[in-house]
Design a protein around this ligand. Structure first.
Ligand SMILES: NC(=O)c1ccc[n+]([C@@H]2O[C@H](COP(=O)([O-])OP(=O)(O)OC[C@H]3O[C@@H](n4cnc5c(N)ncnc54)[C@H](OP(=O)(O)O)[C@@H]3O)[C@@H](O)[C@H]2O)c1
Length: 339
């Protein structure tokens, strides 16, 4: 199916939570982007969101069904808990919309694979909202010709999560836990730098509700490269990353998953600040939106910056890690063969 777009591309945001608000704020700075509609399960939230973040022509919808049916919406940004990503993306595909879906792509690999299958069946664009991979500084540090062969990746992401037991971050029914929320970034960074892992071993502190509060992962990659990766919901962790190469050291300061700059220190001891070629748009969620729009205008069905195979690989890695640390979600049961 060939799509034609006018001067602006219409975004519809599905869900009115924390990241939806951040995304809508950045979207204002993306050239050619328009927040056409917002969908919520409750009319009041949709109206309040439209008033706060939309322009005069942003339509509030009191259901996700109404949002995806809106003809002014070209692409739907799915900003609901992980356990809903498949269901909400399916809704959008069936209405003929393209999808940018928040990270992780789904709650497990089986659901991620089904999302990719549905995107293909409906000939629609799909991308995981892995904004780190669209960040100009992160893209710049992946230049091996310039910085040498990466040998070790250290990456950490965490903060103290103080919230109600019903918050999606800590609710097992909504895919809670540090691995899926923060660990997805450290695993994806290691994948971007070192390629697919040959082996990952993990340990974790799992709470009484059955979710991982802290997780540490050791990874082995091609040619003997290694990674040490951590995620935490109980501590203000360093939130930084380093990439050690045979020529020097790249440091991504906190917050490494959306840095404003990186530092390169050569083996000879010279130091240099690394910035991206393209400017940062807002906090970097704007660069992610701009990448989706670039792909749509070029008729692509996935982004070369966040390939679907990469998102699916990282989902499989997280399934494997969860089985090592003993974290299981309801959605895993339906993915298991019966009989
Ligand atoms: N890229 C990033 O930096 C980043 C940061 C944070 C989160 N995320 C990802 O974005 C997704 C949403 O995270 P969030 O922190 O924005 O979550 P949140 O604040 O809890 O908001 C989620 C929204 O989803 C909707 N929703 C639908 N069913 C729900 C249910 N059963 N329970 C709770 N909410 C439900 C609600 O919107 P309505 O009530 O309006 O329907 C709610 O406001 C997650 O997959 C997360 O991993 C990404």
């Amino acid at each position: 199916m060939t799509d034609t777009y006018g001067d602006t591309l219409g975004w519809g945001i599905l869900g009115t939570g924390r990241i939806a608000r951040s995304f809508a704020t950045d979207l204002r700075e993306v050239p050619g982007a328009r927040l056409a509609a917002i969908g919520s399960r409750t009319p009041g939230s949709a109206q309040a969101f439209a008033t706060a973040y939309g322009g005069y022509d942003c339509t509030p919808h009191a259901s996700y069904e109404a949002l995806v049916a809106d003809p002014a919406v070209d692409v739907v940004y799915v900003a609901t808990p992980h356990t809903r990503h498949l269901e909400d993306s399916r809704l959008a595909f069936e209405a003929g919309k393209h999808v940018l879906c928040e990270k992780p792509l789904a709650v497990n690999a089986a659901e991620a694979d089904e999302m990719v299958r549905l995107a293909g069946e409906h000939d629609r664009f799909l991308m995981e909202g892995m904004w780190m991979a669209c960040n100009p500084v992160v893209r710049a540090v992946l230049d091996q010709e310039r910085f040498g062969r990466p040998r070790q990746v250290h990456a950490d992401l965490g903060w103290v999560v103080e919230t109600s037991p019903h918050d999606r971050l800590v609710d097992p029914a909504l895919g809670g836990g540090a691995l899926l929320d923060m660990g997805v970034y450290v695993l994806t960074l290691a994948h971007l730098v070192l390629g697919e892992a040959a082996e990952l071993r993990a340990v974790a502190d799992v709470n009484e509700a059955g979710i991982d509060l802290d997780v540490a992962i050791a990874g082995r990659y091609a040619d003997g490269a290694t990674a040490a990766l951590t995620a935490s919901m109980t501590s203000l962790s360093p939130r930084a990353a380093t990439i050690a190469t045979d020529r020097g050291l790249l440091t991504l300061p906190s917050p490494f998953h959306h840095p404003g700059f990186a530092t390169w220190t050569s083996r000879e001891g010279t130091s240099e600040q690394i910035t991206g070629v393209e400017p940062l748009i807002g906090t970097g969620l704007g660069n992610e939106a701009a990448e989706v729009m670039r792909c749509l205008r070029e008729g692509l069905r996935e982004s070369p910056l966040v390939p679907l195979a990469q998102s699916q690989t990282v989902m499989r890695q997280m399934d494997d890690i969860r089985s090592q640390i003993g974290v299981r979600y309801d959605a895993d049961r339906s993915a298991e063969p019966t009989g």
